[in-house]
Design a protein around this ligand. Sequence first.
Ligand code: ATP
Length: 237
Amino acid sequence: MIECTGLTVHYGGIQALREVDLTVAEGEFVALTGANGAGKSTLLRALLGIAPVSAGRISFAGTDVTDLSTRERVRLGMGLVPEGRELFSGMTVAENLLLGGVRHTGWRPVPHAADLDRVVSLFPRLGDRMAQDAGTLSGGEQQMLALGRALMGRPTVLICDEPSTGLAPMLVAEILATLRTLCDEGLTVLLAEQNAVAALRVADRGYVLENGEVAVHGSAEALLHDPAVRRAYLGAA
Ligand code: ATP
């Protein structure tokens, strides 16, 4: 569903991504891990057309999207849950969700009942807080809202950047389990996550980035059980 080859990103003189090859098959859950600054966000942002690509190609659902705008990629079915959530504070939970659905409802958002019901069934806590200002939600609720808002756009692939940031371990597990459920229901998921072990436990395959390059990739199971990978990249013995 997503395939990138030789993907390279420069920020001025800094090379943040070096010739990265990555594939995500339809229905797959792929985890992208690596230390701070390894290039995870840069890779996700390049796939969406937000980070500047200096070399390489990106194809999505059979279309070469390398030269397409972010808007066009979203229209084709990419959905991003950005790092830091980037909710619209000063607007309610319901309004944030409706804005996530404008791909279908146009610029005068009207409730899309089935989509809203689905988000509320995934995250019942959002259902109780529809009229609350998004800026006053707890960290975990904000992450749920960021996910829900992305789902309102009915993406075919959900690209999720570090959803665990700032959350307690219980909530991290809950969010990752929800992503796994969504994948089991047919959604393709690409997740960037610093907490490699937790991410690989729910993913089908994984990539470890190091200094902007793919250091190792393989099935999540194999990565989790490879002693050298565990020592070098997973912070485990
Ligand atoms: P983290 O887990 O800390 O979010 P990451 O793996 O997502 O890290 P990136 O945010 O992709 O890493 O950053 C990769 C490198 O690119 C870093 O050295 C970072 O300083 C640099 N970088 C990222 N965004 C920019 C930018 N807009 N301008 C200049 N340098 C940038």
